[in-house]
Design a protein around this ligand. Structure first.
Ligand SMILES: O=C([O-])CC(=O)C(=O)O
Ligand SMILES: [Mg+2]
Length: 235
């Protein structure tokens, strides 16, 4: 076992630069759709990049792409320093980020709410993905802040649940998420694109979007599904 290599991979690290600016990359992702990205990842043998299907957008129209800012927590009754710790985490959230909560599969508390939305939005955060819950839902909706989560609840996390750490590798379902990975969510759910392949995957997803225009044109022109497949189409 190469312990040093494993430690380096799992430790907090500086984000590798991308071939284009993060903002341009994420804006371009938002012009494609998660199914196209998923097909590209499938071609590369990456079959487990989608968060569990019970993590859904608060509103069907919500579509967001940003850079993962990971947070890890679990059920915990202690309260001492909780607010200070949460404030510190929120102050580290950066422009273009998406807060991604690994909650150790919580089923009870809200890890996100109105004031957290306001505070992170002010810092340029684009959305929150929570393997848990949200509260103050009507206010979060009014703020037009994309949130993907499992449930809504009035249970604040204070005294029930707390953060363990942030900007560390996390795991939701069977998906590894590293700080800096690209997170893309739409009506079909949330997909995680490893940072080192994010640009290449985007370019291929854009090609799929173009190609599917041609396939749909063939279908609309009356070609049978068999003819469409013979001409290189797919469904
Ligand atoms: O209590 C919480 O954990 C979250 C909350 O209500 C807010 O951010 O407004
Ligand atoms: Mg609140």
């Amino acid at each position: 076992m190469n312990l040093d290599e494993l430690k380096a991979k799992r430790s907090k690290k500086k984000l590798d630069p991308l071939p284009i600016a993060e903002k341009e990359l994420c804006d371009r992702y938002q012009e494609v759709f998660t199914a196209a990205v998923n097909d590209v990842l499938r071609e590369q043998g990456l079959l487990h990049q989608v968060l569990p299907s019970n993590i859904v957008p608060l509103k069907l129209e919500m579509k967001v792409c940003g850079v993962a800012f990971t947070v890890k927590g679990s059920k915990n009754l202690t309260i001492e320093s909780e607010m200070e710790q949460r404030a510190q985490m929120l102050e580290e959230v950066g422009e273009g980020s998406i807060v991604v909560w690994d909650t150790s599969r919580d089923d009870e508390s809200a890890q996100w709410g109105e004031v957290m939305t306001l505070a992170s939005k002010q810092r340029g955060c684009k959305g929150a993905i929570v393997d848990g819950g949200v509260r103050d839902t009507n206010k979060v909706l009014e703020l037009e802040f994309p949130v993907f989560c499992k449930y809504r609840t009035s249970n604040g996390m204070l005294g029930r649940f707390r953060m363990i750490d942030w900007q560390i590798p996390v795991m939701i379902g069977n998906v590894f998420i590293y700080p800096g990975d690209i997170i893309f969510g739409d009506i079909d759910g949330v997909i995680v694109i490893p940072r080192d392949i994010a640009f290449d995957v985007l370019v291929k997803a854009e090609a799929i979007k173009e190609n599917e225009k041609e396939i749909k044109r063939m279908v609309l022109e009356g070609l049978t599904p068999t003819e469409v497949v013979k001409k290189g189409g797919y469904f």
